[in-house]
Design a protein around this ligand. Structure first.
Ligand SMILES: Nc1ncnc2c1ncn2[C@@H]1O[C@H](COP(=O)(O)OP(=O)(O)O)[C@@H](O)[C@H]1O
Length: 462
């Protein structure tokens, strides 16, 4: 196995192959082409589809900024969350009494970008889960003048306020069997507060388990349902909602029948709608993803018609419950990504990686692009009909694994599917007449397979 791979960053579609001296690797210099891909592989390391990026945007809370330099962002957020949680919890306990801290049995956390369909699908999800109470729409709970002002600007209300109001709401009798939380958690601090709440609920369950009050303290279950849409769809749907509500309110004003619905300024202004989506991406997305490590996690690709999304939600919820995995088994596999999730994210991650190359490795990136343009593209053009080119290169540029990853990503961005192999070809270099020992020279050959839609040529004769 090539030692290069010991230090190789994660990269997509990169294979390491060791070819013996008999391999068909082209030993010539520069880039060569080959129309047959018959490489010999000997137990090479395969590192397919691994992501290069590890650049998740960090959420920085006010407290973190204030305390900068005293620990990691995560540590500080956990501390923040403990302070917030303990304050809220102690207040509640004092106000209503320990044995009245009766929370819900089943929490369904409904998350997703603005416009992803949380409001649209919450009734359907309630039906599927057999819940009759209305969803708790967290942003509707936040209606103090200060909170309204923040919401109108597309920002997020402070964690202390959200957690305080929400926990109080969750204690209402009608949510005892379960409830849908539309729009919580939205930050990592809120995720931490949720963990602490679930811990307390579990403690209460254990405490009252063998007492006559046990029915009020059932073991909680938590499901996270995450609806995924991209930025463009998010903005389109926010604006669509704005138009629908404006039309509805006009009708109500004209006919005097029905109720005026609150119209969010961000639903009328494309720039504000975009800002709202960005806030979601920076602060909420990672927080939602982290839920899959702990709770039942349902990722839904929410692109498509309302009926299609409903179908996906039903399939996902039915599927997970029909598996009836033992909790320990489920715990063991839950951290692995779902196939649907990977497919949907692939494009976004590619964009993020490409932008990262331009920002952080500009010189190498432009060298790679130049090689592709000047040496690879002419070869590919000659194989336009076959839709497959195999290009061998000995360019030392590719000694850097990042350069190989760049080739694959650039091709992917342009609609090609590329795979890179490294062949180590050993050619006899020296023959010792006395001992009979042959010394070989190892040559590294980078082989790129580039696939694309070939051209249909109608054969003559008809
Ligand atoms: N699958 C869908 N296809 C088309 N429009 C949708 C879909 N889901 C929701 N919408 C529309 O998008 C807008 C925003 O949906 P909403 O449920 O209010 O999103 P959220 O609560 O996640 O912000 C609404 O006008 C809704 O009718």
């Amino acid at each position: 196995m090539s030692p290069d791979f010991d230090h190789m960053p994660e990269m997509p579609n990169l294979r390491n192959e060791r070819g013996g001296s008999g391999s068909n690797s082209s030993a010539g210099s520069s880039d060569t082409e080959n129309s047959m891909g018959n490489t010999t592989t000997h137990g090479g390391l395969v590192a397919d589809n691994l992501s290069l990026e590890n650049q998740a945007t960090q959420v920085v809370t006010d407290a973190v900024v204030a305390a900068a330099g005293h620990g990691t962002v995560e540590d500080l957020e956990v501390k923040d969350a403990h302070v917030i949680f303990n304050t809220v919890w102690n207040d509640l306990e004092e106000e209503i009494g320990h044995e009245n801290l009766r929370f819900t049995k089943e929490l369904i956390l409904l998350g997703g970008a603005p416009g992803s369909g949380k409001g649209t699908n919450s009734e359907f999800i309630a039906k599927v889960r057999g819940l009759t109470c209305p969803p708790i729409i967290v942003s509707d709970l936040l209606n103090t003048p200060e909170a309204e002002r923040i919401k109108e600007a597309g920002g997020m209300v402070g964690d202390t306020e959200v957690v305080g109001i929400l926990f109080r709401k969750l204690l209402e009798e009608e949510y005892r069997d379960g409830c849908i939380l539309d729009g919580f958690p939205r930050t990592r601090v809120q995720v931490e507060c949720l963990h602490l709440l679930v811990q307390k609920m579990n403690q209460l369950y254990r405490e009252y388990h063998t007492t006559p009050l046990a029915i009020n303290f059932r073991k909680p279950t938590v499901h996270a349902v995450v609806l995924f849409i991209d930025e463009k769809t998010s903005i389109e749907r926010q604006l669509l909602r704005g138009r629908q509500i404006a039309e509805h309110n006009e009708r109500v004003a004209l006919e005097g029948d029905g109720k005026i619905i609150e119209l969010r300024p961000t639903d009328l202004d494309p720039i504000a709608a975009k800002r709202r989506y960005r806030v979601f991406k920076e602060k909420t997305w990672d927080a939602l993803q982290s839920l899959k490590q702990i709770y039942h996690y349902h990722f839904i690709d929410a692109d498509g018609s309302i009926a299609e999304v409903e179908r996906k939600i039903r399939t996902e919820l039915d599927y997970q419950s029909s598996l009836e995995l033992d909790p320990e088994t489920y715990d063991a596999v839950r951290g692995l990504p779902l196939a649907t999730e990977i497919g949907v994210h692939a494009r976004q991650e590619l964009v993020r990686r490409l932008d990262g190359y331009e920002l952080e490795h500009r010189e190498l990136f432009h060298k790679v692009i130049a090689v592709i343009e000047q040496r690879f593209v002419p070869i590919i053009q000659r194989h336009a009909i076959a839709g497959l080119s195999i290009i061998n290169s000995e360019d030392h540029l590719f000694d850097d694994p990042l350069a190989l990853a760049m080739v694959i990503d650039v091709f992917a961005e342009r609609g090609f599917r590329a795979v890179a192999n490294i062949n180590l070809a050993e050619t006899p270099d020296h023959f010792d007449l006395q001992t009979g020992k042959i010394t070989c020279k190892t040559k590294k050959i980078f082989r790129f397979q580039v696939r694309f839609e070939g051209s249909e040529i109608r054969r003559g004769g008809r």
